[in-house]
Design a protein. Structure first.
Length: 571
């Protein structure tokens, strides 16, 4: 997303008296004060942009980027309201260096991003251990069939998506710093309670409760991270956020290898200890999270942290750099709820529906092979330990490709070009999988399925894309939930493509996956044309207006968020 500032009106250029000054960071050779131009334009050291490297900046040059706050007219239009929790640190004249900005971003990464990683790791540990339990005769012990397992996954995803929007609304009212740890504590009790599963009814009940408790966690955390990062920084951070998904599955596979050997201890199956111990780990992380999540960048002080995490200078830089990147981030307090009217208006926003439609289908081609990887390996004759360990190469490959493709997205500044790569990756592999017969070598099957399940996980780019195109905190809150509802609905579709009467080769299922992959490639192309067309139309209208007409529009128009004529969609 980008907000196009209006043309400067004659006489509205800032005067010399408006010039800001900044003090170099402690790493700087001197403590001299730099006089800087009020617009604070960046000064890149190298303008060349290669495919693999972004432009470098002189560390002691001004990092403050031009924005709507540099024009006195648009400054008042976009000025944060007095109720915003960070308003006391808003300063349109604030200037800082790249050295200071880089140091603060690293500090945010360490204090905020690392803990978000740990929390998501806990979620995925509890969400994915069902696959490892499958290798320890989980279905047989409970008297379940493959179709029962599919139903459990469907129930989980259905409850997950039903809880998405309510969870987001609760989070917006009480704050993600309170609601996210509460979610974790609640689902940890359900997760460890799976130790006492007794049959089909209890299996479906815990799947349902886990979905309800975990629903909304991901968009809640993403909204929380948006308080600290700019729109260009968020995709790569979300990539590392989702690396925890792979780390949970890799470490979980090793943990399962040991924990499943407890089968027979106390007369209990190994998978029971797997659920119990990993649930307890999540409970510990959830409790600690109450102390590790400050409400906002300017609210890090607490009775257990009397000095806070950031200095006043650092808070000013964090707040103003985020607002200069996206002024809409100040239009709601972090404890402010949404009205029914506002929610309905956001749901009706047709400009976001193309991204929602992608959410329901883009992951379907790779989900069934991924879900059934360990079970398929057992069916091919591998032992429990072998099946768990053989799932690790696909996780390592997926983790590497996740970071690579998210980095490429940031470098080339394109979403769809990177997102569609998943479909082109899956298509030839699914065609190959379809050609396999009962005589195909198990190792050939393992190689192809490993490549399919090691796909470039571009979901973080798509999540950041939805956040960027929302155009406001309120819109971002609801749209993130709606998008995730569609993603979970896609998971429900994927969970039912491989059927019990189609195993072990799932020929019919693979035909369906191939058809969906081709459809997705076409869909990405159409959505690229959709957003490009809207931006081109708005450019023509906006550029025809005079500076006075642009200012009048910004002051009087009822359009909000991404409906504004000066809003440009990312694609």
């Amino acid at each position: 997303m980008s907000t196009i500032p209006s043309k400067p009106l004659p006489g509205n250029t800032p005067s010399d008296s408006d010039s800001g000054s900044i003090t170099k960071g402690s790493s700087s050779p001197t403590d001299s004060v730099l006089e800087v131009p009020p617009e604070g334009a960046s000064a890149p050291l190298k303008e060349t942009r290669s495919f693999w490297r972004k432009p470098k900046h002189e560390l002691d040059s001004i990092a403050t980027q031009p924005s709507v706050f540099d024009d006195p007219v648009t400054l008042e239009i976009y000025r944060p309201p007095a109720v915003w929790e960070n308003v006391h640190r808003f300063d349109p004249s604030a200037r800082w260096t790249w050295r200071e900005e880089y140091r603060i971003v690293r500090k945010i990464d360490l204090l905020i991003m690392v803990w978000a990683f740990i929390m998501f790791f806990s979620l995925d540990l509890d969400r994915s251990n069902i696959s490892q339990a499958n290798t320890d005769n989980f279905l047989k012990d409970l008297g379940l069939t493959t179709d029962d397992f599919n139903l459990g996954n469907t129930v989980f995803k259905l409850c997950f998506l039903i809880a998405e929007l309510p969870s987001q609304l609760i989070s917006k009212r009480v704050g993600p710093d309170v609601w996210i740890p509460t979610q974790m504590v609640l689902w940890s009790f359900v997760s460890l309670g799976q130790f006492w599963l007794s049959g089909r009814a209890s299996f479906l009940a815990t799947r349902c409760l886990l979905g309800f408790m975990q629903g909304g966690f991901i968009p809640d955390v993403i909204l929380y991270l948006s308080y600290f990062y700019t729109k260009t920084e968020l995709p790569l951070r979300l990539a590392w956020f989702w690396v925890s998904n792979y780390m949970a599955e890799i470490i979980g596979a090793f943990m399962a290898t040991g924990l499943l050997r407890l089968r027979g201890v106390g007369g209990k199956a190994g998978w029971r200890y797997l659920f119990l111990i990993e649930g307890i780990l999540t409970l510990v992380v959830g409790i600690i999270s109450y102390f590790m999540m400050p409400p906002s960048p300017t609210q890090t002080k607490a009775w257990f942290r009397p000095k806070g995490w950031f200095t006043e200078r650092e808070e000013i830089i964090i707040v103003n750099r985020v607002l200069r990147d996206d002024p809409s981030k100040s239009n709601m307090h972090n404890r402010q709820g949404l009205t029914v009217k506002k929610i309905w208006a956001i749901i009706k926003d047709w400009r976001m529906w193309p991204i929602y439609s992608l959410g329901i289908v883009f992951m379907v081609p790779v989900q069934p092979p991924q879900t059934y990887l360990t079970l398929s390996l057992r069916n091919l004759g591998y032992t429990t330990t072998q099946a768990n360990l053989l799932s690790i190469p696909s996780k390592v490959l997926g983790m590497v490709l996740l970071l690579l493709f998210c980095y490429i997205s940031e470098v080339v500044d394109s979403r769809i070009a990177v997102l569609v790569a998943l479909q082109f990756w899956a298509l030839p592999l699914l065609v190959t999988l379809y050609t396999f017969t009962s005589k195909t070598s198990p190792w050939a099957y393992f190689a192809v399925v490993t490549l399919i399940t090691g796909f470039p996980y571009v979901h973080p780019v798509q999540v950041a894309w939805a956040s960027t195109n929302s155009g406001g905190v309120g819109t971002r809150t609801v749209s993130a939930s709606i998008y995730n509802v569609f993603v979970q609905a896609g998971g429900m579709i994927g969970a039912n493509i491989y059927r019990d009467d189609d195993k072990p080769l799932y020929k019919r299922g693979n035909r369906v996956l191939i058809a969906i992959t081709v459809m997705n490639i076409i869909l990405y192309g159409l959505i690229w044309l959709f957003y490009r067309g809207i931006n081109s139309r708005r450019d023509r209208i906006w550029n025809k207006w005079t500076a006075k007409e642009q200012h009048e529009y910004l002051e009087t128009a009822k359009d909000e968020g991404n409906a504004k004529m000066n809003f440009r969609f990312a694609y």
